[in-house]
Design a protein around this ligand. Structure first.
Ligand SMILES: Nc1ncnc2c1ncn2[C@@H]1O[C@H](COP(=O)(O)OP(=O)(O)OP(=O)(O)O)[C@@H](O)[C@H]1O
Ligand SMILES: [Mg+2]
Length: 398
């Protein structure tokens, strides 16, 4: 979908806004706390029916109000017809009710609404992903997959639930049961964990493999040809098998989903004794990770700030290219405050690469002079101040 218009009322500090988007780049600029990221959050809400800033949706409703409404109008690529997507949130005392509708019709299931406005989000927090925790990196990968494959969300939720159940039994919380009962329960959880886990592992591994070439290329475009960037997925189970000298098992594991499930199942069974002692599941895709490298050296350990930023941006450009191939249309890029920390040459190269790769982009910045877009690129500037948005005549010198 190509974004045309956003109406939002009582959304965070945006009391009532009406925004027209450029078919290419829309630049929201304003001081800290003005409400720029809030606009991206409203668009993200239409894309995913979630927030990227809080797990709960209540905080999205403007202080002192009980309801917020966000509506997006856009043109469906290929079909040339206009569609309107709307999400309302109603804050109650206990929870926040959400309702989504498309062209005036209520859409009850999240799955049926999700993906009507395909969007890729990039926030300043993403920049720390390489130096952050493995959990942060797994979520980073999973978010890419959520946008492509609804089944991944379900698998992650199921896996986490199974993990909690197995850990519960491991910790002996069911001591009333005999050893035989306990083992039967563990066996049942292990089987299901390995089936679900194998799908999660496979999707993530395939994603990284799919992005690899484009990451190298994207980094070269932003940063320069040297050093060479790469990305690899590291499976915790494979690492464990190699450590045990079971290299054949480790290699065989990547044949397909069922090979992965078998390997995972056996490994979980092998570790059961140890896991019982520790009271936790020590092995599986919940311990997996990915690594980005420059000339083969770990970026987390050796890359500069600017290089790390360029690597993560290259990942996002790669995601965009492959999503476009998968969806048949380019997702909208939501770019929150990206360019600080890149030097002027790299910032220029980044925006040239974005202008080439991205169809439509909504981005925020404290000043338009941080956004050196190519002269010929169609764009519009919107000034944000105190939750009020006005069309601005800003230019590069603004
Ligand atoms: N529920 C809410 N009701 C009213 N105001 C809110 C609510 N939630 C957040 N705000 C206000 O919104 C503002 C933050 O907006 P936003 O995060 O979009 O700023 P920003 O322009 O992106 O700033 P920065 O440049 O610092 O990132 C803050 O002033 C905050 O107090
Ligand atoms: Mg912001």
């Amino acid at each position: 979908m190509r974004l045309e218009h956003l109406s939002a009322s009582e959304f965070r500090n945006l009391e009532r806004v009406e925004i027209d988007f450029s078919p290419r780049f829309t630049i929201l600029h304003g001081h800290n706390g003005a409400g720029k990221t809030n606009v991206l959050e409203a668009l993200y809400l239409i894309s995913t029916v979630r927030s990227f800033r809080s797990a709960e949706l209540g905080p999205l409703v403007r202080h002192g109000q009980t309801q917020t409404r966000v509506e997006v109008t856009g043109r469906i690529s290929g079909l040339g017809v206009t569609s309107t997507l709307c999400v309302t949130l109603e804050r109650g005392t206990r929870s926040t009710r959400r309702a989504a509708s498309a062209d005036g019709k209520l859409v009850r299931s999240g799955a049926a609404f999700y993906g009507r406005l395909p969007a890729i989000l990039f926030t300043p927090e993403d920049l720390n992903v390489l130096r952050g925790s493995p959990g942060g990196r797994r979520r980073f990968l999973d978010r890419v997959l959520f946008a492509r494959d609804r089944a991944h969300i379900g698998d992650i939720q199921t896996y986490e639930k199974l993990l909690r159940s197995r850990n519960h039994v491991l910790r002996g919380a069911d001591q009333a049961r005999g050893t035989r009962d306990r083992d039967a329960m563990l066996e049942a959880y292990e089987l299901r964990l390995s089936e679900t886990g194998a799908r999660i592992w496979t999707r993530r591994d395939q994603l990284v493999e799919e992005l690899r070439g484009a990451v190298t290329e994207g980094f070269a475009q932003i940063h320069g040809k040297a050093p060479q960037a790469d990305i690899t997925y590291s499976s915790h189970v494979q690492g464990f098998l190699r450590e045990q000298g079971r290299t054949e098992d480790a290699e065989r594991a990547t044949a397909d989903v069922s090979a992965r499930a078998q390997v995972l199942h056996r490994a979980l069974q092998d570790r059961r004794g140890l896991d019982l002692m520790r009271g936790t599941t020590s092995l599986g895709p919940h311990r997996d990770d990915f690594e980005m490298t420059l000339n083969g050296q770990s970026a987390a350990k050796y890359a500069s700030q600017g290089q790390s930023r360029a690597l993560v941006l290259a990942f996002k450009i790669a995601e965009l290219q492959t999503s476009r191939a998968a969806l048949g249309r380019a997702p909208v890029l939501l770019l929150d405050d990206v360019s600080s920390e890149l030097d002027p040459t790299r910032t220029g190269q980044l925006f040239q690469a974005l202008a080439r790769e991205v169809e439509q982009c909504v981005l925020t910045t404290t000043s338009p002079r941080f956004i050196p877009l190519p002269d010929e690129l169609e764009r519009s500037y919107l000034a944000v101040a105190g939750g009020v948005i006005t069309t601005s005549g800003a230019t590069l010198s603004g």
